[in-house]
Write a protein that binds this ligand. Structure first.
Ligand code: GRF
Length: 192
């Protein structure tokens, strides 16, 4: 018998630390949660997130990124096997192809540590501080074939203080990321 009937099944793709994965697992372990993390895939064998998945007894797979096509085909196979309803990228450092997005045909979300459309790509905190921005924040958006460019689902600001460094800003933004990612998932899946 299925353990959590009715809950939407989510696969999380990671490449590293996995703090967003950890917070999503924590959220989804609540009885009232409307989704369940059932699969974790990493393109990095040493990703700490794989250990987090193991500890939480969530099926997890390392898939070598030899090339985009092979990697994506293997991901699609697993996604089909586990009947996944949504993919969430959480610190996944590769771009998914238009073909993959079309083939999956269900929502793919990503979390990004800036107030998109500002500061796409890497080193968001350093660039925001250098440009003397008053605010930064985190954004959850739909994934399309362009980097950090899909429709914004949820965004929250944090104030940048004069004393903030890249490190302190990252910490503040990460806290917000952990809060908004589950909310964005619910908003997209259930329209509230
Ligand atoms: C987060 O800042 C996320 O917004 C970005 O990569 C980082 C991943 O961190 N896409 P973690 O692996 O979830 O701790």
């Amino acid at each position: 018998m299925e353990k959590s009937p009715g809950k939407k099944k989510i696969a999380v793709l990671i490449s590293g630390r996995g703090s967003n994965l950890k917070s999503l697992i924590k959220y989804s372990n609540q009885k009232k949660s409307l989704f369940k993390i059932v699969l974790v895939i990493s393109n990095n064998l040493n990703a700490k997130g794989l250990m987090i998945a193991n500890k939480s007894k969530i099926k997890n797979h390392y898939i070598k990124y030899s090339n985009q096509k092979n990697f994506e085909n293997l991901v699609l196979k697993l996604i089909k096997k586990y009947k996944i309803d949504m993919i969430c990228l959480a610190g996944f450092m590769k771009i998914l192809s238009k073909k993959f997005i079309k083939k999956f045909s269900k929502p793919i979300l990503n979390i990004h540590p800036s107030l998109l459309p500002k500061y796409k790509g890497l080193n968001t905190h350093g660039r925001a501080i250098k440009n003397r921005e008053k605010y930064s924040g985190a954004t959850v958006h739909i994934v399309n074939e362009k980097l950090d460019a899909g429709k914004i689902i949820f965004q929250e600001k944090v104030k940048i203080l004069k004393k903030d460094t890249e490190k302190t800003l990252e910490k503040k933004v990460l806290k917000v990321e952990h809060k908004i990612y589950p909310r964005a998932i619910i908003k997209l899946l259930f329209n509230y």
